[in-house]
Design a protein around this ligand. Structure first.
Ligand code: ARG
Length: 273
């Protein structure tokens, strides 16, 4: 018997890929020599937004800014837990100005607790929120010092996890939260150091683990509302195991945005509480 799955309405922040491009390479997925089809990227992104809305979720929008081609990856701009907003501080100067755009958005909307961080963190790129923990990646982008900063600000235990494979440079390329009321996640073990794998096995002994193929299709870059799991359509190997656990997988085509090294989760920042 599967535990009973239930979708809960979510509030997401997204930014349309109007200025999307690959003009620099800060992760191995990016190749500036490959052309990008902006109208196609926009259509794929609008499809994702439409899926969220048809599932009953609220999608807020951040105005895209010229010269910030990665701004579509809105998950990286902040982390919001219990209505508290921890801003981002980007590792690469190419993306640095995105942090202020996010902070301005939150301040203009009356979020009272907004922290501009001292240490480098790329929002939900490296922070994943479960019922009991904030899981926090490090190794490529977020500074390990950002973990303590997040723990102090959110008052939740932060679990540091070491990422070791440059293809999985953000935690959200290697791990997804499936149910944030019961601490259920799926992840790709080989993206993590041996010690971090052991930590994940201890915390989530029943977790779904992804194959090389599904991880390489960015299958872990998924968003769940507790029932529906939106993930790259190419990660077909995850669909059966998700269904077996009582989830409804929904394949999404974000092929153009994958050229920037991101997919469903990267485009989606969750506004919690
Ligand atoms: N080109 C972006 C970067 O490398 C992609 C970010 C993807 N976002 C994510 N949450 N993993 O920073």
């Amino acid at each position: 018997m599967h535990p009973l799955r239930r979708a809960t309405p979510r509030r997401y922040l997204m930014c349309p890929p109007v200025h999307f491009d690959v003009t620099y390479a800060i992760n191995p997925w990016m190749d500036p020599a490959k052309p990008v089809d902006v109208p196609l990227a926009l259509a794929q992104w609008e499809d994702l937004r439409g899926r969220y809305r048809s599932l009953g979720h609220t999608v807020e929008q951040l105005a895209p800014r010229p010269g910030l081609p990665d701004m579509v990856f809105a998950a990286n701009g902040a982390t919001v837990v219990d209505g508290r907003v921890l801003g981002a501080r980007f590792a690469f100067r190419e993306r640095a100005p995105e942090a202020a755009a996010h902070l301005e958005w939150f301040r203009a909307r009356g979020f009272a607790e907004v922290l501009e961080p001292v240490h480098v963190n790329e929002g939900e790129g490296d922070f994943a929120v479960t019922a009991s923990y904030v899981l926090a990646g490090r190794g490529f982008r977020a500074s390990p010092l950002s973990h303590g900063e997040a723990q102090e600000f959110f008052g939740r235990p932060v679990i540091g996890l070491d990422l070791v494979d440059p293809l999985f440079y953000h935690l959200d390329t290697a791990l997804a939260v499936l149910d944030d009321t019961t601490d259920e996640v799926m992840y790709y073990p080989r993206a993590f150091s041996p010690g971090s794998r052991e930590v994940l096995r201890r915390l989530f002994p029943d977790a779904l683990t992804a194959t090389d193929e599904d991880a390489a299709a960015m299958g872990l870059n998924a968003v769940s509302d507790g029932l529906n799991v939106l993930l790259p359509q190419e990660a077909a190997g995850l669909f059966g195991p998700l269904r077996d656990r009582g989830f409804t997988p929904i394949g999404i085509d974000l092929g153009e945005l994958l050229k920037g090294g991101g997919s469903v989760k990267c485009c989606t920042q969750e506004l919690r509480g």
